[in-house]
Write a protein that binds this ligand. Sequence first.
Ligand code: SF4
Ligand code: ZN
Length: 311
Amino acid sequence: MRCRVCRADPVIELRQHNAAFCPEHLLKFCRDQVARTIDRFDMFQPDDRVLVAVSGGKDSLALWDILHELGYETEGLVIGLGIGDYSEASTGAAQRFANSAGLRLHHHDLAEEHGFTVPDAAAATGRVPCSACGLSKRHVIDRAALDGGFDVVVTGHNLDDEAAVLFGNVVRWQTEYLARQRPVLPARPGFPRKAKPLVRVSEREMAAYCLVRGIDYIVEECPMAPGNKHLEYKAVLNDLEVRSPGAKQAFYFGFQERAAEHLAGAAADDPALGSCRDCGSPTPNEICSFCRLASRASVELTGRLAEAVAE
Ligand code: SF4
Ligand code: ZN
């Protein structure tokens, strides 16, 4: 196969699109796909201030690069999760990208600002690390977006991620989650607008995009990911995609176009929200779930420090 546009040697073949692209036209294809997604789902406007949540991985750095190239006003946010070398590498890659592109990166650190790390939170709750991590990231991202006056927060979830989450929610028929699985969620009191402009592009396309653009991203996976159901669902869908190219796209966009609206009524009504006694975030309880997690996790950290001192 030759590049679909100019017939040059291709750098990537995309069976789901029955096409191949040379480096130049791969970049254009990815940018066009993102621009089309932003437009199709009315994610944000050309003069909006966009906060890009980055992890130092290929998807979020490619997203930041694409939005910048498309002319949006963007700033980045990286969160120190305290997951050993992985977190340091993650912050380092995000900072290097920001420096090379001349863009502003905000850095928040769980241990410095809230007195715990993701491993502390996992030990304190006895649950999988990803659940404490997700809760913490949502809290920090929401606060940073609102405090910074951004119009929208964007994340680098790609088609593979979103199809895997959708698959997991369908397997268990979690209709409340399905009702909220949209590429854009409007702002609500105390919560910023959120969008996922990469839902039309795959992991492979983003890896190739970074290679062509010379973006130096962290390749290693988070050491706390193994055991995460999400990875199993991705593997199942990857098998399906090999046998039936385009299956992920058909599954995800078929859901958005034909089913999502019918499930809107399954979303639980927002409970009456007050303000968290400790941090002021919206919550139906006296203390929000993030502050409850932080207090349990910091007890765990203090206990471990006391043990270390006694040894
Ligand atoms: Fe957090 Fe889990 Fe992602 Fe690691 S794999 S960064 S613990 S959500
Ligand atoms: Zn709180």
